[in-house]
Design a protein around this ligand. Sequence first.
Ligand SMILES: Cc1ncc(COP(=O)(O)O)c(C=O)c1O
Ligand SMILES: N[C@@H](CCOP(=O)(O)O)C(=O)O
Length: 469
Amino acid sequence: MRYVSTRGEAAPRGFEDVLLAGLAEDGGLFLPETWPVLTPEEWRALRGLPYAELSARLIHRFVGDALTLDELRALTTEAYAGFRHPAVVPLVQLGTNEFALELFHGPTLAFKDMALQLLGRLFDHVLKKRGQRITIVGATSGDTGSAAIEACRDREAVDIVILHPEGRTSEVQRRQMTTVLSPNVANIAVQGSFDDCQDLVKAMFVDAPFRDEMRLAAVNSINWARIAAQIPYYAYAALSLGAPDREVAVSVPTGNFGNVFAAWAARRMGLPIGKFLIGSNRNDILVRFLDANDMSARPVEPSLSPSMDIQVSSNFERLLFELLGRDPVATARQMKEFRSAGRMPVPDAAWREATKLFSGFTLDDPGTLAEIQRLNRDVGYLADPHTAVATAAVRTLMPDGRLPVIIAATAHPAKFPDAVERATGLRPALPPALADLFSREERFTVLPNNLGEIEARVKAHARRNSVDA
Ligand SMILES: Cc1ncc(COP(=O)(O)O)c(C=O)c1O
Ligand SMILES: N[C@@H](CCOP(=O)(O)O)C(=O)O
């Protein structure tokens, strides 16, 4: 299995190198050179398998000879062993044809654990084999950061620096990151938005001397391994609902487009997902694109679903590459225009293609509170604000219930207790492992949105750790 960059100038390479590279040197994102496609019989053979086994078998299609199936199975088994639910990703019926796929039973209470618990172990496996160290730099709007820190804390060959937008995460999200005092972990609160944090991370990756000196690696969904590890839960849910013999739909609360792209990848591998609903808060660039081919970035605005407070969705580039017939020159041209002008008219044929599969839905804060309240009152289900955006999308975009819909329940309600309490009067408690979160010491550095200052901080952190090591 080899991977190509969406911008075509970086050399194709195998899984291990893609795992360690994160972003391609040309600024593009890696995708498999050819998609593995499973026959209906092969899909059926995965039905009923324990989650760790199912995920090992599917992810193995992407790793080539980097790991044997046995090696990968050992990693997925360990990765999901600590989840709080025996099914790992339980499917909970919310309506006649609506099912919440709960992705938040991992250590940090969000769907990011599904991929990052595995990614931390994959890094370890590959780095031990190679005798190398890496410095991870990541951007977070709240959930990737804590999941990555939890997965990488105290790992010998890894230093990790996470950038979050100062004051724009929930307090639980911030504390989950900043109270981890392991010496290989550093947190930076950037005076800016998530988009600024993500731009800074991408700028570090295209700064070749810095990237090489620090041996930068990525934990965001720019890293292909993140997407690969998010595909199996869609397969697990779809197979439980009758696929490959029955078509299903998905509804995904969307920010950086990684989670919904993983669902699209599952379709590309032969899973019959017939419709993709994209839920958005007031940062609705993807919805405007789908409704009117208006792909224009506006300033990021805070909302009750802060993890989706994103305007520039990294993984849209992967879909664009596919929509443009895998033409890297056209993709690079479009992305360059988006970067310089802040807008990108996608060619009409590609836009129409996208609208056949994807539909967008925007929910404002009052609507989000009303939906959390409705779910609690009518269904007895306590949803976090991100999940509520996706359940509301189903009621608006697919009220006829013609397909079973898998709703990605991306976070535990206790991560957003203020919003949930405002909507329902109930304050969800944190699980026992996090019960003392509010009395733990916090450590982070506040820095301006300035590449030089951030790079200097990353360098100081990585140096200190290699001296200590
Ligand atoms: C709870 C939650 N829901 C939804 C999203 C959006 O997912 P994606 O960025 O993969 O589109 C995020 C952040 O990524 C999140 O943390
Ligand atoms: N919502 C995310 C933003 C980063 O997304 P990623 O999937 O690219 O890591 C977060 O919670 O940090």
